[in-house]
Design a protein around this ligand. Sequence first.
Ligand code: NAD
Length: 302
Amino acid sequence: MEGAVTAFRREKDMKIAFIGLGNMGGGMAANLVKAGHDVRAFDLSQPALEAAAEAGCTPFSSIEEAVADAEAVVSMLPNGQIVKGVYTDAVIGKAPKGAVFLDCSTIDVATAREVISAANEAGYDMVDAPVSGGIAAANGGTLTFMVGGTEAAFERAKPVLEAMGKAVIHAGEAGAGQTAKICNNMLLAIHMIGTAEAMMMAEKLGLDPQKFYEISSQSSGYNWSLNAYTPLPGVGVESPADNDYKGGFATGLMLKDLRLAMEAADSANAAVPMGSRAAALYEDFAGAGNEALDFSAIIKTY
Ligand code: NAD
């Protein structure tokens, strides 16, 4: 048993199954290969699987086959229902006993806890490990992972996550990673909307937006949306605004995270008057056909 634990803690040459090789998972799996791991890949999409094979992963035609021999299983999937289905039907009981599971998808807190609990009951360690950072960070290996799970599960997951990111933070028990992620993104939506409102109001009052940026970014209006992601083209720092709001963090994904945040707030009876207003504004903005634009494009509605 001692030997098995040591083997699982090796940082190189682990057998890692990777499920979900889309925009994010593709680059993450490629970084595990670069770190020297033996990556066994599965995705429902044939082109995604072929791209993973080109990046050095071994493609499999089912999840069961991909996980059969794995020491770790990483997933990067669209939503909680899919994550639950994948783990319940094809990972738990199919991966070798003692393997560690890492779900990096952004999903609801309740499902994350439910799946981790099912994995634990079957004898597996598992963490929820959602990410901050988009496709460029996934490709570049510079994601930030916020991790929920026991100390022991975190210690086992950490070397795998370190091969894909620049920061790996243990947030707390199961579900704490998802909690951190949705609270962070709710705050992001709120300060982006606040920044957009203030900038456009300044302009309507006759103040040059660049002057507003220079002043507020060094005053108490300082915040990430203004200082590091200025939502107007040609103002402040370079951002998706300077690229017609292409690239960056899509409005549709922000809306997904805000819906998860509202669901979680309800379940915890947390008051979120600003968060719910931000969610409503992003519902309207996405509903008007802007899902694919960067989330900072909401400034166009002012
Ligand atoms: P994506 O749609 O590009 O990729 C998801 C992949 O999962 C697809 O290739 C799809 O074919 C595959 N898939 C779906 N169901 C499957 C199943 N049952 N079995 C195997 N594969 C299956 O999505 P993405 O942008 O890579 O996002 C993945 C996750 O990362 C989401 O939870 C998202 O919220 C989160 N996230 C995305 C970003 C981003 O900028 N794209 C940033 C942070 C977090």
